[in-house]
Design a protein around this ligand. Structure first.
Ligand code: ZN
Length: 74
């Protein structure tokens, strides 16, 4: 028993590389002070070994379902 109970598939924090668009893994998160106050940043590294330190809010999720567009006009 390892004590983890994360759902399968949610253990890795992934996003897309801002440079090449490949799958990237969030390897580290840190809260950094900015002029507007503390901002959560994430260090990401993609499969092509690019790495970036980005505001966590700007991360994109490669597996996020597209928002349901209900365009029912009946
Ligand atoms: Zn990349």
């Amino acid at each position: 028993m390892d004590g983890t109970n994360a759902p399968v598939g949610a253990a890795l924090d992934t996003t897309t590389c801002p440079e090449c668009g490949a799958l990237a893994e969030v390897t580290e998160r840190a809260v950094l002070e900015s002029t507007d106050g503390p901002v959560e940043h994430a260090r990401v590294q993609c499969v092509a070994r690019h790495w970036f330190l980005l505001p966590a809010a700007s991360l994109t999720s490669p597996s996020a379902p597209t928002p349901a567009r209900t365009s029912l006009r009946s």
